[in-house]
Design a protein around this ligand. Structure first.
Ligand code: NAP
Length: 304
């Protein structure tokens, strides 16, 4: 039986593993994706992680992963499908039939891209529609693309794509962006990015491949011909496994303070999946450390 089962291998999970291993706790990281490092791998450039200015998200994730590996973290590539709280510990069932037992859980399962839920979205997925600019941007060299959204991800994606695409349309449903001021300034200063504001996408149109986005602006239907669309309209917490086990807020984020303590004894929540104001790599990494320490204290109280 493990002392800690960490679910998720993004920055929060990997950081938790480093702290747990240094506390000499028997720890496993269970990850759904082969060699995964979470959504950070999709960031073209991270300029706000202290000490590593300008690093690509992929490289940063790799550094985090190899750090966890170097301190001896054990990885298990499997998808957890059920968490069963037992009297003194937890039973985790995986999709491939494993049964893992652990005294505590650090839940760091992150979030999933939110979809728009409009006509054509599923039909043209990977046929012109993408949720990852870093993964698919290169396909649009010299072409025109639209990015949908007004947060940090949308503006970062637009800037990244502006370096390869001929034209980038940044389509946002409101007049103002919620992204960081520095990103807004950079977008404004980039000649081949055009903002289309107060624009609500209503349909993706094409034949076999995406050809245009239909949107509503000031009550009028308009058509924007593009070769590709990148959807960046936020995220949904991957908290389903804790339904009925730990309390969540109205949006499905697991309610936990900065120590990661949840309403479920022995379960600690770290990273983007927990309630917090600032979802960033730096706060995810801090959460991981705090959760490992909370789990350590919890285990030592149990043992005494
Ligand atoms: P976000 O901050 O939740 O922004 C989502 C954007 O999508 C908002 O502008 C929202 O519009 C729009 N939107 C939501 N639903 C929509 C719909 N149905 N139709 C059209 N537009 C819709 O998400 P995010 O940009 O992915 O960022 C997530 C978190 O990661 C944030 O905490 C962010 O700070 C962080 N992040 C940080 C960095 C960085 O620092 N480098 C990079 C990426 C992400 P409204 O504004 O009208 O609500």
């Amino acid at each position: 039986m493990y002392d800690i089962a960490i679910i998720g291998s993004g920055p929060a999970g990997l950081s938790a593993a480093v702290y747990a291993k240094r506390a000499e706790l028997d720890t496993v990281i269970i990850e759904k994706e082969y060699m995964g490092t979470g959504q950070i791998a999709e960031s073209s450039r991270v300029d706000n992680y202290l000490g590593l200015y300008g690093e690509s998200g992929f490289d940063l994730g790799e550094k985090f992963r190899s750090h966890a590996k170097n301190v001896g973290a054990e990885f298990n590539e499997a998808e957890i499908v059920k968490i069963i709280p037992l009297k003194e510990n937890f039973l985790l069932k995986t999709a491939d039939g494993q049964e893992i037992t652990a005294r505590t859980i650090i839940y760091a399962a992150g979030t999933t891209h939110r979809k728009l839920g409009i006509k054509g979205e599923s039909e043209f997925l990977s046929k012109g529609i993408s949720f990852c600019a870093v993964c698919d941007g290169a396909f649009y060299a010299g072409k025109s693309v639209a990015v949908i959204g007004g947060g940090d991800t949308a503006l970062s994606d637009a800037l990244y794509l502006s370096e390869m695409a001929e034209r980038v349309y940044l389509m946002h449903r409101r007049e103002s962006f919620r992204a960081a001021a520095a990103l807004q300034k950079a977008v404004k200063d980039t000649a081949n990015i055009e903002c289309i504001l107060n624009a609500v996408p209503i349909e993706f149109i094409g034949e076999k491949k995406l050809q245009a986005v239909k949107y509503l602006r000031n009550g009028e239907e308009k058509l924007l011909p593009v070769d590709g669309v990148f959807i960046a309209v936020g995220n949904i917490p991957n908290s389903g496994l804790l339904k009925g086990i730990a309390d969540m807020d109205e949006n499905g984020y697991i309610i936990a303070d900065e120590n990661g303590i949840t309403s479920a004894e022995g379960i600690f929540a770290a990273g983007d999946v927990r309630t917090k104001t600032l979802r960033q790599v730096v706060t995810a990494v801090a959460d991981g450390a705090n959760c490992a320490e909370s789990a350590r204290r919890y285990l030592s109280q149990k043992r005494s």
